[in-house]
Unconditional design. Structure first.
Length: 542
């Protein structure tokens, strides 16, 4: 976009993002990934999760670290003058002395319905993943005892983990993604490869059973991508739960590297069918991160997938193993079909993409897109063009996106991996946290987004799961006719998860109240009339 076009992009209210990492008390190094520690996975790592683990109303932060103990920061809230007090490291008090677990992805979710958030952590090069059960603010690791992981002789290569209720029984199930495969010692070309990517069903008590094969969602089949080095195997990065066809059952999207992204439709009987090709999705060459949101405000969930945009066609010229066609925006057309809106909406070029989220950063009533990017492998110089990729922030103008990151001060060129949204200071607009691969994380405070009205909705399920994961929340302003929709989810974006809530912004002239509707995973509906804006509300399931 030219400098003149940039000047024409309206930003009302004027929003700026202010780096506040050090002031907030966050200062750990994410990964000591130097050349002597080189492994390809080391330079793909960096996850975080946000959630109110201690129930005090303020969202806390957990960081998964590959070459050091994980870190839990408790949000201290605000002082008497209303100024945010920052975060304090409470790792030892909450977990005891955490060992170096080679952690990678993490997700908060209430697995046992007791009202507090438990924590799932995937590992790289470990022999199992980890499930930390929350016992009133302290955590006990019970992954093996609860069937939430398998102990294997070969190491796991865990990436994103997401919670959702695929079988509609009122508790949170779990999908765990893994990049890579395990081959039997006597493996021969053409034989299946074994993947640790797993769908785990919750029995209602927070104990899990592996239902991957029974549900028809196994991705163990041999895959060969001759165009990109002849890779064989399964390369899942990011799983997503959502009811994409609005039939009352949560479907599963698995975003993966080397053209392995899949969409599985939920049949409603505990099994799935692969609908990738028929739906017109899965064309991303190196799917990394993903998010679901309603880009065009037609009430249906669209899918954005980050990938690699390389206009230099490096691999064609010099030989390497990545694609070059960039991100994908799949617009949900209904009838279990999607159209590719990538170019029409202007979001193909995101550099070497990783984590992404959708949010209304300027509260104009439309959801915008943010993604982080960049990579620096010390073993090659073919990736030099991506070493300093700037984070992208695309503002939704209703029919396309305008890139405005520099205009609003969201300047970030470190090799970002995980990205989450969290209103850490509870001022009504969402802030951006980027997990850098080798440095301290970067927290950007949103200044100005809350000048327009907003509304945050958190859910308390009864027949549905405790946090209402999978619900759709709709808000229609009093003086407006645009019905906004949000998905309440506990999905990964890339290695990372944001708080489970619905966040709305409203343009000037929207009035002081809105009509709020909640369609619960159980099928029940809640309707609230004349809800005052610029507040947080909790809606209980009828």
């Amino acid at each position: 976009m030219s400098w003149f076009a940039t000047l024409l992009v309206p930003l009302a209210p004027q929003v700026t993002f202010t780096p506040v990492t050090a002031d907030a008390g966050i200062g750990h190094e994410q990964c000591a990934c130097g050349p002597t520690l080189w492994n390809e996975h080391s330079f793909l790592s960096g996850g975080a999760a946000a959630g109110d683990y201690d129930g005090d109303g303020w969202d806390d932060l957990y960081f998964a670290r590959l070459h050091g103990p994980d870190v839990l920061y408790r949000n201290l809230g605000s002082g008497s003058q209303g100024r945010h007090l920052g975060f304090e490291d409470v790792t030892q008090a909450s977990f005891g002395m955490l060992p170096v677990t080679r952690s990678n992805g993490c997700a908060f979710g209430d697995i046992d319905g007791d009202g507090d958030l438990d924590l799932y952590v995937t590992t790289l090069f470990g022999h199992r993943h980890l499930l930390f059960v929350n016992d009133g603010g302290t955590f006990v690791e019970e992954g093996l005892a609860r069937g939430a992981t398998r102990l294997s002789a070969s190491v796991h290569r865990g990436y994103g983990a997401s919670f959702g209720d695929y079988d509609s029984d009122g508790d949170l199930d779990l999908y765990v993604a893994e990049w890579g495969h395990l081959a039997p010692l006597d493996w021969k070309p053409g034989q299946p490869l074994y993947s640790n990517a797993r769908l785990l069903a919750n029995d209602g008590t927070g104990h899990f059973a592996d239902v991957t094969a029974a549900a028809g969602i196994a991705i163990d089949a041999t895959q060969v991508d001759a165009d990109h080095g002849g890779f064989r195997g399964v390369f899942a990065f990011t799983p997503l739960f959502a009811d994409l066809d609005m039939d009352g059952h949560q479907d599963i999207v698995i975003v993966g590297d080397f053209q392995t992204s899949r969409l599985f439709w939920n049949r409603g009987d505990g099994t799935f069918e692969d609908g990738t090709e028929a739906a017109g999705v899965g064309t991303d060459e190196n799917g990394m991160g993903a998010t679901l949101f309603d880009a065009d405000q037609d009430g249906r969930l669209d899918l954005f997938v980050t990938s690699i945009y390389d206009p230099r066609h490096t691999c064609d010229l010099k030989g390497c193993n990545w694609g070059d066609s960039g991100n994908r925006l799949f617009l949900n057309a209904g009838g279990r079909s999607f159209t590719d809106g990538t170019d029409a909406w202007g979001v193909r070029d995101g550099g070497w993409g990783w984590g992404t989220c959708a949010f209304d950063f300027d509260h104009d009533g439309r959801e915008d897109l943010v993604m982080t990017n960049g990579v620096d492998f010390p073993s090659t110089d073919l990736d030099e063009a991506f070493n300093l990729d700037p984070t992208r922030l695309w503002r939704n103008n209703g029919t396309s996106f305008d890139e405005v990151s520099a205009a609003v001060g969201l300047t970030h060129t470190a090799p970002g991996k995980g990205l989450i949204l969290v209103d850490y200071d509870r001022d009504g607009d969402r802030d951006v946290l980027i997990v850098d691969n080798r440095e301290a994380p970067d927290l950007f405070r949103n200044d100005g987004g809350n000048r327009n009205p907003w509304l945050v909705v958190r859910l308390e399920g009864t027949m549905s799961n405790a946090r209402g994961v999978g619900a759709r929340v709709y808000a229609t302003p009093k003086t407006g006719d645009v019905r906004q929709s949000r998905l309440v989810h506990a999905n990964a974006s890339y290695l990372s998860t944001s708080p489970t809530e619905a966040h709305f912004g409203f343009a000037p002239g929207s009035g002081a109240t809105a009509r709020v509707e909640v369609v619960w995973p159980s099928g029940r509906t809640s309707v609230l009339e004349d809800v005052a804006l610029s507040q947080r509300i909790v809606v209980g399931e009828p």
